[in-house]
Design a protein. Structure first.
Length: 327
């Protein structure tokens, strides 16, 4: 609106504050803008200066100065520049076909009923339609680390196939309670979702139990902090929900900071730590050339665990499973 207008207060608006009267008509105006317009005398009531909290009377004349235009309505799913910058700050690798992010702990990969901020929404930073990167695998909300996406439909299909055919080697770092013996091996333990108390959990399945899913995890102990805790590298050969968390609990060495899969000892050792699980490294075929080796710097949450137990990131072999056949 570029011209000065005079509007009259309706009978139904008797006693309404001036600033609220403006907000009803021009909701894009904020309190600071209205305050500046009243302080400078551009907004007047019955010819006199007024304050934002002035109560209006029916029939009063309100001088309305030129107002800034309302911004165009944001398209569904569109994100603002700050969110786009945040999304791009997570990038650890990008080319014309592949995008890899270091997903922070606490950020969901996809939205839900009560989840409005998630990776899938942030992908609008790269555009919509065919320009929008496609998710090809998942990480739990509280797990940080490498998340890879396809930037074209063909690339996404090829990356997804690499996961489906177990051609992707995923290396997670975790701090667990106690000192696992043996220090390396393979856990082959089917899992099943069940109601446990008032929550749904993934638990070991009984032999022959319907709905059970095969689950296999290879593990290597990197180092330990005496008998209290161990830093482990985990390679899930299958991709079941909460697989690593459930398998480590079944071994008697739950991941520290886990609010769901824990024991009295692990809760005591955690002492305020967040989930100590990080997708450190991902090696898989590039959609069109060679192999990709992606690595995510450890999260602040895992850094806190390393500091507590005296672990040093440089102690680990970059790929402790190199040379192993896997399953």
């Amino acid at each position: 609106m570029k011209e000065v207008r005079t509007l009259y207060v309706d009978h139904g608006e008797e006693g309404v504050r001036l600033d609220r009267w403006f907000k009803r008509r021009w909701p894009h105006l904020n309190h600071i803008q209205i305050q500046k317009l009243t302080r400078s005398g551009q907004i007047r009531v019955d010819g006199a200066r007024a304050k934002p909290d002035t109560r209006l009377s029916a029939g009063s004349q309100v001088r309305v100065p030129p107002l800034p235009d309302a911004p165009p309505p944001r398209e569904k799913g569109q994100i603002d520049p700050r969110e786009a910058a945040y999304a791009r700050s997570l990038v650890i690798y990008e080319d014309e076909e592949v995008l890899a992010l270091n997903k922070p702990a606490g950020l969901a990969v996809q939205g839900g009923t009560k989840t409005s901020k998630h990776v899938d929404r942030l992908l609008s930073a790269w555009g919509e339609g065919t320009q929008r990167p496609k998710l090809v695998h998942r990480l739990d909300r509280d797990t940080s680390g490498v998340l890879v996406l396809g930037k074209t439909p063909v690339a996404a299909a090829k990356l997804g196939l690499a996961f489906a055919k177990r051609k992707a080697r995923k290396v997670y770092w975790a701090i667990v309670a106690g000192f696992p013996k043996p220090g390396e091996g393979v856990i082959d333990l089917p899992l099943i979702k069940k109601g446990v108390g008032d929550r749904e959990m993934v638990v070991p399945a009984e032999p022959g139990e319907e709905r059970a899913e095969a689950a296999e995890t290879e593990f290597v102990t990197v180092t330990r902090a005496g008998p209290r805790a161990a830093w482990m590298a985990l390679w899930p050969h299958t991709g079941r929900t909460h697989q690593l968390r459930a398998h480590m609990l079944a071994m008697g060495h739950p991941i520290l900071g886990d609010p769901k899969y824990n024991t009295e000892l692990s809760r005591e050792l955690s002492g305020g730590l967040k989930l100590q699980l990080h997708a450190r490294r991902l090696v898989l075929p590039h959609p069109s050339r060679g192999m990709l080796a992606l690595e995510a710097p450890i999260s602040p949450e895992l850094e806190a665990g390393f500091a507590r137990f005296g672990f040093d990131v440089h102690e680990a072999d970059p790929d402790p499973f190199a040379g192993r056949k896997g399953r």
